[in-house]
Design a binder for this molecule. Sequence first.
Ligand code: SAM
Length: 452
Amino acid sequence: MPSVHIKTYGCQMNERDSEAVAAQLVAKGYTLAASEAVADVILLNTCSVRDAAEQKAIGKMQNLAAEVRRNRPGVVLGFMGCMAQSRGRQLIDTLPDVDLVIGTQKFHRTADYLDDIFAGKRDKVVDTGEEQGSEAAIKEHILNGSGPEKSVTAYVSIMQGCNQYCTFCIVPYTRGQERSRDIAGVVAECRELVARGVREITLLGQIVTSYGRREIPVKDGRSAFVQLLEAVHEIEGLERIRFTSPHPKGYGDDLVEAYGRLPKLVESAHLPVQSGSDRLLKLMHRGYTRARYLDIIEKLRRVRPQMGITTDIIAGFPGETELDFEETLSLAREVEFDNAYIFKYSPRKDTPAAAMPGQLPQEVKEERNARLLQLINEIGARRYDRYVGTRAEILVEGPSKKNSARMMGRTRTNKIVVFDGAGRHRGQIMDVRINRAGSFTLYGDPAILNLE
Ligand code: SAM
């Protein structure tokens, strides 16, 4: 059977989609190629959130097409995911060596389309249609077997799409309207993962806090998302629950209260703020004010004082003045984020912000991006330093990426801890003493239990 290599661009949702496609292909007898150089099929799973991500994938495909068509003419080339969805057939028109374009509601059809291409039934395939039920088609996992390499963390996709229509964001156009899986289906998948050795699950969606809003009624004041958290929390053997990406407007009191009630829900929240200026938040159509955002943070820290808080911020949104930007800097100081992903505003096709007046020059975006990054690094360093001399509970995930002779785990607050450990520690929850903080990384030693 042919071998397949999938290269993924973008967010965890894309990583998860690629994993599911890979698992579906393996179930059909395909093998996974360790690199594109030895693959019979090369698929690029793409991201459209910023132009740079699209250009990267297009450049990669141009290089692949040139190399593959010269040396390995039989290799099948394909685009999947967000850019495949937004550009469709146009990708084949401009890159005629591409054989396959698969949209965001069609990932699960990849194996069938490849079968058809290899059987000579089809030459080129473009499928970017909508498909009812496709939100429940991302279920299969690759967990690296049961040996010492086995995965202890897993992502579970609970919903697709977004109805928020932030004026900068392409996601509603590439991922479609919000569609949620049912609670039983998500729980069954999580249960199976735990049976296979997974101890931490991250629930995924473009706007997870809107999970089930239309399908599952509020019960005893609890939203569908909180009901899902409760159901997943019941799974025996599961140690930790995370989720991403939420929207601040989804942090009702029921979710804040869930942190106090559900011990497996770790004290970590990624709360994309985008800007500290009310004027810009309105232009962005975010649906909250600076005061409301700060109120959520305060409530979360009241329930879980150690809460690790990270965010996304856009620098250089159309019309952003120096004053607006300073409000973002002051918000970052006020919240004291543990870390933040900072993005230079990138105009996206068909989004309202792309046509707004006051588009800023690239130099202004770069300069604000750099200033914000410096502040986030300073605040992050202070927050990480506070861990030095303390004990922290980590879930050991495997060898450290930077130094495979050492092991790494994650605190409940989502900090990476590197320590001298062994393969047998993988999957264990253990206490470590933190003795040093580096750049967004902690270094520790296993704490010796004092039994006296
Ligand atoms: N759905 C999530 C939300 O908005 O809460 C995040 C999805 S997106 C993959 C991650 C981040 O990319 C957003 O939070 C935003 O900061 C950034 N982003 C989205 N559109 C952008 C654009 N046009 N230019 C720059 N950054 C953008």
